[in-house]
Design a protein around this ligand. Structure first.
Ligand code: DX5
Ligand code: ZN
Length: 216
């Protein structure tokens, strides 16, 4: 199981310390890249990932909410991202980009936004290591979890099981102590949490609590 705190909710002036606060209890550090085109919000980009890479031992899980991921995704792999996830809605040939990411040495992730069906993408899943199912509409932290979106997790997990795929299914948006168990029960095995972790006085302890709640 992967607990991935999102630095979107961290203090951007102290990113190295914010990463260190969860280093003992998290598995990945989730980095939300937004370009104000794919989503109506602008966050951080490649230079921040390059600077953050040596500042933490946690694998960096880069979630690209950007147009034209073909132009940018490989740069994140080359900057040392462990997993690079781009959105299905933004990419013409997801399998090809996934292949390039794997060749560049990172895992490849496919993200599905709130209003996108999972079914058209099921056949592409063998090309991916990670499937990120949004449990909100992508763009902002601090939104309310939408339990109805877990149906996509159930469909994807059943498909992965029947096809013997080694696929991580990551949920992102509104994951906290009240919602994580339902996501785990639906078949997710990686959990992004921004506000729940970084609004707490002890972010490391929240990660430990989330992990215990996700254990079925
Ligand atoms: C939103 C991002 C999320 C965000 C989650 O589009 O992809 O990763 O940081 O934040 P919370 O956990 O606050 O919903
Ligand atoms: Zn994210």
């Amino acid at each position: 199981m992967i607990i991935a705190p999102s630095i979107l909710a961290a203090d951007f002036s102290r990113l190295a310390q914010e990463a260190q606060a969860v280093e003992q209890t998290a598995d990945w550090l989730h980095v939300d890249v937004m370009d104000n085109h794919f989503v109506p919000n602008l966050t951080i980009g490649l230079p921040v990932v390059t600077s953050l890479r040596p500042a933490t031992s946690l694998p960096l899980d880069c979630h690209l909410m950007i147009e034209n991921p073909d132009r940018w995704a490989l740069g994140y792999a080359e900057a040392g991202a462990y997993n690079v996830t781009f959105h299905a809605e933004a990419c013409e040939d997801p399998a090809a980009l996934a292949g390039q990411l794997r060749s560049a040495g990172s895992l490849a992730g496919l993200a599905i936004d709130r209003d996108t069906l999972i079914e058209p993408y099921l056949d592409l899943l063998p090309h991916f290591d990670t499937l990120l199912i949004m449990t909100i509409k992508a763009g902002f932290g601090g939104q309310e979890f939408m339990p109805e979106l877990l149906e996509k997790v159930r469909v994807a997990r059943a498909h992965a099981r029947s096809g013997h795929l080694n696929l991580r299914i990551e949920v992102d948006g509104g994951i906290d102590e009240a919602t994580i168990a339902a996501a785990a029960e639906a078949g997710a095995d990686a959990f992004v949490a921004g506000t729940a972790v970084y609004s707490a006085s002890d972010p490391g302890a929240v990660c430990r609590k989330l992990r215990s709640l996700a254990e079925l």
